[in-house]
Design a protein around this ligand. Sequence first.
Ligand code: NAI
Length: 321
Amino acid sequence: MISKEFIVDGYERIIHIEHEVSGLDAFIVIHNTKLGPSIGGIRCHKYSSSEAQLDDTMRLSEGMTLKCAAAGLKYGGGKTTINAIKIKDRSLAYQILGKTVEELKGSYICAGDVGTTVEDLFKVKDATEYVAGISLDSSLPTAMGTHTSIKALLKRDGLKTKDQTFTVQGLGKVGKHLVKMLDGKIEAYDPFVADLDGVTHIEESKILQGKFYVPCALGGVLNGFSLASIKSEYVCGSANNVFGTRKDILTAHDMGIKYVPDFITNCGGVIAVALDFENKDYKTALTTGLTKRINKILDKAESDNIPVQHAAEELANDRLK
Ligand code: NAI
């Protein structure tokens, strides 16, 4: 096995692992451990170059630092990527990765991510105890956090979920859990799901016409184009990177659109993984705990008259100072 370490400003550790027999070609990046051990999933993806893979790992590990800080966790940001193209012996590759994680002595706790299966994580566990949330379906806590966010947003205006109609975009893993939790009327659009119980299926063109829009599919849905025609007063769903650009955050603020930032709404997965590592249940954190954090963010946005997204980022960054 060859393991090399790089030094890059702003990152605590960057480790490159290559293992000839298994074909493992992985980067482990520990971005920040100021709040506690770093935590983050193992992404297995087909990367066209080592540079692209390293860039992705660095970006994702930094995102985890902000996400953990925003979620109120005592953990920092880390991430692993494996180049799927190079793998020759998958079981062995994940075991070798586990050995390296073990050598980091708990400064990085790994978990599942896109491309890594439960079986893969059990191979990692053969070599290290620093792996969390192995059998966890993160879409359930993600839906729970989204549900809490929707309720908190409406409660600020003295409204209840049972009296609302929600327009859900995307009925995948999270969307399906969420529509069961919401007690209002549900209308939804998903090009691949047309017959879900309790849901009125609508056309794509109607997604932004309802009062409460719940994006649970793609990112970038609030952009220059959609903001020019949106009728929704509230936006809150699990989709990552809801705003297309930083400018769209200002436009939404000027328009008075009410929302909870995506990295707060969809923090259920990381909270559940972190609490799983501590053998604790995540329900209280994703109900009362999350509601308190959301109210703090919305209070700050109101008192400073700044976009809610900026308020959430400032509060998370304050924890990292
Ligand atoms: P998924 O892949 O299970 O479901 C996505 C659904 O969106 C699919 O049913 C798909 O047919 C539908 N879809 C695709 N294009 C669409 C369009 N143009 N309009 C309407 N529907 C469309 O994904 P999942 O896990 O439910 O995640 C949903 C969102 O939440 C994603 O943005 C994801 O990044 C985010 N998220 C998910 C987490 C999780 O644990 N699953 C954690 C944090 C964020």
